[in-house]
Design a protein around this ligand. Structure first.
Ligand SMILES: Cc1cc2nc3c(=O)[nH]c(=O)nc-3n(C[C@H](O)[C@H](O)[C@H](O)COP(=O)(O)OP(=O)(O)OC[C@H]3O[C@@H](n4cnc5c(N)ncnc54)[C@H](O)[C@@H]3O)c2cc1C
Length: 397
């Protein structure tokens, strides 16, 4: 077994597997190792993908597996307010970009497993289950100590998720106070669905005091249901079953959809998850995905940001591996920081709009104007680097 690699990736979530896949697709002779601490399949929250990821899936040659029929197609996103039965609907095919007409809803247990096996099928050497314990920079790049072995790499990609291995050890992980939310969620069977083309749509309800809920249907009878709420606005609320039900029952549509449903497995919780890392790259390392930044999940941006970062990071690493780049990522990394900051700023723009009062009522008025409907649909589809979007051109977002 080899011990020396061009690139070592920490984490086999979407960000890590995508980085490895992009590297191997662009240069099959590269030696890439990926270390994942858990046995897969394993549970992960974050099941609604965005259309803007589709071109990335195509580029990493994963799209055929994604559309093989095991994942339900998501053609749009519907938002309700619990205060009225009026809704707003973003139909992705109206966003004006042909490639972004749909996405998928994916149980992450299967999706992450498929994506990791895809990276492996491209020639990535996967160490799993195995934990990275220590990363030390040296003259050759980085030395990585796991609970089983030592590996030497020229570059390290940290995509260890919100545990943020590198940033935590460098004391550079910062919690965000602006979207200080918690979530409670589970998988249910027997939830009433929309019919036909709308079956795979995500549905979101705006609740009181910055709380909201989601239903994400999977292929078959299962669906993901969750409630997110501000720890600040609900200081004494425990993210337990009673709270979950109390919130879901605020919305007539959700209450009706769940009448004959049954929880499968456990109800899970997550708290205060918005965070960022102060430094995203060094000479021989780069942070990708949640390990670098995690913003609020309301517009399902997490996996898309991770995969977009993976693509950009892989391109820079390939460049840094060519002769004449003795300073590694140092002269290149700022373009990565700028690129990711722009995408995050735009997602944060629409997230802030969401948390302002009366989101659904305000949007209903705005979306009456076709060019604004198209522009907002583009953002909801995740097309946040599209400079032709008038919302970006006019600084609205
Ligand atoms: C309530 C909520 C709802 C969300 N909904 C959505 C949604 O609908 N759509 C969406 O796109 N996103 C959503 N997200 C965000 C999504 O969960 C994340 O953005 C996404 O999982 C990030 O992928 P990643 O690969 O960066 O990290 P992860 O998926 O967390 O993967 C990191 C991997 O690294 C491994 N690892 C960690 N440390 C080590 C170590 N030391 N050694 C080896 N391996 C290690 C872990 O085991 C893990 O498998 C949601 C998040 C929350 C909290």
């Amino acid at each position: 077994m080899k011990r020396t690699y061009d690139v070592i990736v920490i984490g086999g979530g979407p960000s890590g597997s995508s980085t490895a896949s992009f590297l191997k697709v662009q240069n099959p002779s590269l030696d890439v190792a990926l270390v994942e601490q858990l046995e897969f399949p394993r549970f992960r929250i974050g099941e609604s993908l965005l259309p803007a990821s589709i071109p990335h899936f195509k580029a990493m040659k994963f799209f055929d597996k994604l559309k093989s029929g095991k994942y339900i197609v998501k053609y749009g996103a519907r938002f309700y307010s619990h205060q009225s039965s009026e809704d707003i609907y973003f139909n992705f095919s109206d966003c004006g970009v042909e490639d972004l007409a749909f996405a998928f809803e994916v149980p992450r247990k299967e999706f992450d497993h498929d994506l990791l096996r895809h990276a492996e099928s491209l020639g990535t050497e996967v160490f799993q289950p195995e934990s990275v314990l220590e990363v030390v920079e040296n003259d050759e790049g980085v030395r990585v100590r796991t609970d089983r072995r030592e590996l030497q790499g020229r570059f390290l990609v940290d995509s260890s998720g919100r545990s943020a291995h590198v940033a935590t050890r460098r004391n550079q992980k910062v919690s965000r106070s602006d979207f200080n939310n918690a979530g409670v969620f589970g998988h249910f069977k027997g939830i009433k669905r929309y019919s036909g083309k709308h079956e795979g749509d995500i549905t979101i309800t705006v609740l009181n005091d910055g709380a909201w809920s989601w239903i994400i249907p999977f292929l078959g009878d299962m669906a993901s249901v969750g409630v997110v709420f501000s720890s600040k606005n609900f200081p004494n609320k425990r993210p337990d079953w009673d709270f979950f039900q109390e919130q879901l029952n605020l919305c007539k549509e959700f209450q009706q959809a769940m009448v004959h449903s049954e929880l499968v497995g456990e109800l899970r919780t997550v708290a205060n998850y918005s965070q960022f890392s102060e430094q995203l790259f060094g000479k021989n390392w780069i942070l990708v995905g949640d390990a670098s930044t995690f913003i609020d999940p309301i517009f399902s941006s997490g996996v898309h940001l991770g995969i977009s970062a993976a693509r950009k990071a892989s391109e820079l690493i390939l460049q840094a591996l060519t002769p004449g780049h003795q300073d590694g990522l140092l002269p290149l990394g700022q373009s990565y920081v700028d690129h990711m900051a722009l995408g995050i700023k735009r997602f944060r723009g629409i997230i802030s709009m969401f948390y302002q009062r009366e989101f659904v009522a305000q949007m209903r008025k705005t979306l009456n104007r076709p060019h604004l409907y198209q522009a907002f649909t583009g953002v909801v589809a995740g097309d946040v680097w599209n400079e032709e979007n008038p919302l970006f051109q006019h600084g609205v977002i």
